[in-house]
Structures are given as C-alpha cells and as structure tokens.
Design a protein. Structure first.
Ligand code: PLP
Length: 425
C-alpha cells in the first residue's frame, strides 16, 4: 500500500473521493455498535454464573460473616488476595465491590484528614498529581473532582518517564501522588520494567504524604498462556528500599467474575493499613463478607483463579486478534497511524496522525460506532496532539467487532487523507 505522505494532490483527491463513497455506504447500513468502554461481554459474564450456586440457604456460613463486623475482610479472602498479589495477608484490606471506589476514598481521605498525621490537602494552597499519559480517564476524573492539578508524564514502553517522575516527586512538596496502571496499562497495554519498579520504590519524596497509586487492575488478565508480562512486586520493592509506606496497591475481581458484584482489595504497609482502618471504622461496620466467601469458595486458590482467567482469555483473545488483524491489513504501510499489540488487559491503543483523533471518533459516531471520546485518556480530556484513540474490543460480538473495526480503519483513512491533502494546499 502506498504511503499517504508520498502522494501528490491528484492522487489524494481521488483517494478522498473513493473513501467518501465507501464511508457513505457504511453510513447507510445504520450500524449501532459500541467500542467505548472495557466491559466484559455476556459470554465472559456467563463463565462465572455458577459461582452464584456456591452459597445458598443450606451452606455452612460462619455466623460472623452473616453479621456486622470484620472490617478488614475475612481471613480466607485475605489469604486469597495475598496469593493473587504475592503479599502478606497482613498488608491487605478487603473491601466491597469496586477498586475505583477505594481509590476515590483514598484521595478523599488525603484531602479531608491527611495520611498518618500529615496536613489534610484541603488546607494546602496547591496539590498536584502526576498522570502518566495516555492513562485511565476515571483516575483523572477523581483527581479533577478534588481540584488537584494534574501533570502529564509521558508513558514509555518501560513505564512512565522516571527522570520526570523523580524530578517532580523528589523536589516538589505539593506533588502528593501518581496514578499508575503497572501491568497491561489502560489504555496502552504497557507493563512497567523491573528497573522502573525499582526507581519507583527508591523515590525520595519531598512530601512525606506522597503515595504511589498502583492500580494493578490487570494483574492476572493475560491474553496468552505462553506470552505474558509480570510486573515486579511493588510492595516488596518498597519494603526492600526502606520506603514501605509510599504505595497503595489496588485490585479487584471486577473483570474476573462480575463487574459491580466482585470483590476489591488494597495492599499497603501495616502503618498505612492501621491509619486507614481508623477512618474506615467511622465509615462502615464492614463490607459484604458473604460475597468474599462466595468468591473464595468458588476459586479455592490461585490455581482455580488462573484456570478461570484462561477461559476469560479464550473469549477475549479472538476479539483482540480480529481488531489487530484488521488494523494491520488496512493501515500498515500508509504512514498515518500506529497501534499496540497488547498481551493482556482490555484495550488496543491507537495513535492517529496529529490533529485527527477527534475527527475520526466523530466520523465513526456518525456512521453508528461509538468509541471512547478523543482526549479522554489525558488529564482534563485534552490530548495536546489530538492523536490518541482507545479501542475497547471486549463488549461487541466478534462479528460486530469486525464490522466496527473495518469502519474505524475506513474513517482513519478518510480523515488522514483529507488532512494530508489540506497540508498540500
Ligand atoms: N482500574 C482500571 C485501570 C480500570 O481499567 C478499571 C475499569 O475499567 C477499573 C480500575 C475499575 O475497577 P473496579 O471495577 O474494581 O472499580
């Protein structure tokens, strides 16, 4: 295929006309597809349905679990998540159904009461958070909600640019945290290298209440059994570096069993845990211990959990491969875009020519395919290059997905050809 950047005016004009006809044809089909959010599809949800039969009125359930109490979670749930995250159960708090909820609470606690005796952020003039970009829009929404200034940091193949991170964290006392999705990151699929994890653990924060928000949402979400990333253990790395208190690690079973009805957990130092429980005891008398028990009885141990994740991957993998195959086939060699080939997680990350992402997303929308809003993966929804688009292949059926990906590539070509033509005028 011929690179668009080598085409002359006439070639580009003809190309735009041809692509426009194809686009109008797609539009007339009245598609209604959604590749916007990383939601599991019904086959994936079906994989966990028999978990609902694990506990019924005849089941033996400790009385304590039926009642109020057990603030930091049941013993077997702590043992289960300890295996999943490779940490001690003493480092864990088991919560309710959502890890995002825990993250919101942690920011909220920093804001209103402060961590371990530090001044609450609401009493300070300026609070800043580092945001590796592109990143998870809901992280950025939380910090924006609290009026925290967000500073974008480039996310490279090995993780965030650590020179930039160290420069800010080690010198600026108003920098109180950083958002990280360290394995199969949302949306780029990046896994942080061992060196990056080491540098995180060895930070020397100017602020004593600086915390790394280590959202390990995709820690067991591999697409392949033979090609996998495994991010190094941040809790251990921080302990070894003599910095045990600088990290909060989050995870959940939202994309393991049922989003909205899973179990979420946080791992952190014993000092942080004690401090958090002091606040939590005011907030709640305990979370849903029956759901915690249901999950542990269903999976039994890490082997049961990983077998289940292989079934999840069997549903997801063909969808990722279908999207990537269409991108490779339709767009390779045109010099108008690049895209990720992730080994896990929930997203394919797409970089269009500068100044094209919004137009591509709009063109898709007009033809009936909804994508995540352009810019959503940047703080304040502002992608300075207007080039990044997040593709979420999980929710549509395979056939729908192929149609949607085909339309997407057509929109990329049409918008890029128009843009290249404009640049020649
Ligand atoms: N963290 C990341 C990086 C995510 O991508 C998502 C969901 O897409 C979540 C957290 C949400 O997790 P939960 O369902 O546990 O609140």
């Amino acid at each position: 295929m011929k690179s668009y950047v080598t085409m002359n005016k006439e070639e580009l004009t003809n190309l735009v006309q041809e692509l426009q006809i194809q686009y109008d044809h797609f539009k007339s089909q009245g598609l209604q597809l959604n590749m916007a959010r990383g939601k599991p599809d019904f086959d994936q949800l079906g994989l966990s349905k028999d978990m609902l039969d694990v506990i019924d009125s005849q089941s033996e359930i400790p009385n304590d679990y039926l009642n109020y109490g057990i603030l930091d979670g049941t013993l077997e749930a702590k043992e289960f998540f300890a295996e999943m995250l490779d940490v001690s159960k003493d480092n864990l708090i088991i919560y309710g159904n959502s890890s995002l909820n825990i993250m919101f609470d942690q920011i909220s606690r920093g804001y209103t009461h402060g961590y371990m005796g530090a001044t609450p952020w609401c009493q300070l003039d300026k609070i800043k958070f580092l945001c590796p970009v592109p990143g998870y829009d809901r992280h950025f929404a939380i910090t924006e909600h609290f009026g925290i200034e967000m500073i974008p940091v480039p996310l490279n193949d090995n993780g965030p640019d650590m020179d930039v991170v160290e420069q800010y964290v080690n010198n600026d006392e108003s920098v109180k945290g950083i958002w990280c999705v360290p394995q199969y990151s949302n949306p780029t699929g990046t896994t942080y290298s061992d060196e990056t994890v080491k540098r995180f653990a060895s930070l020397k924060p100017a602020a004593k209440d600086f915390r790394i928000f280590w959202d390990n949402a995709y820690c067991i979400h591999h697409l392949y059994s033979d090609k996998q990333d495994h991010v190094a253990n941040i809790i251990k790395a921080c302990e070894e570096a003599g910095n045990p208190d600088i990290v909060f690690e989050f995870c959940s079973t939202s994309k393991v069993t049922f989003p909205g009805s899973g179990v979420a957990a946080m791992a952190t130092s014993k000092n942080n845990k004690q401090d958090i429980l002091k606040h939590m005891t005011i907030q709640t008398i305990g979370h849903d211990k029956i759901n915690q028990l249901r999950h542990v009885r269903y999976f039994k141990n890490i082997d049961g959990l990983m077998k289940h994740m292989e079934k999840q991957a069997d549903v997801l993998r063909p969808k990722f491969e279908a999207v990537i195959e269409i991108l490779d086939k339709e767009l390779s060699g045109l010099d108008i875009a690049s895209w990720s080939h992730p080994l896990g997680g929930y997203f394919v990350s797409f970089d269009a020519m500068e100044g094209c992402a919004k137009d591509i997303v709009n063109a898709c929308k007009e033809a009936g395919v909804i994508l995540t809003g352009a810019g959503a993966t940047y703080p304040y929804g502002k992608d300075p290059k207007d080039s990044h688009i997040r593709i979420a292949p999980s929710y549509p059926t395979l056939d729908e997905l192929k149609q949607a990906a085909q339309l997407f590539t057509l929109c990329v070509k049409l918008v890029s050809a128009k843009k290249t033509l404009e640049s020649l005028h």
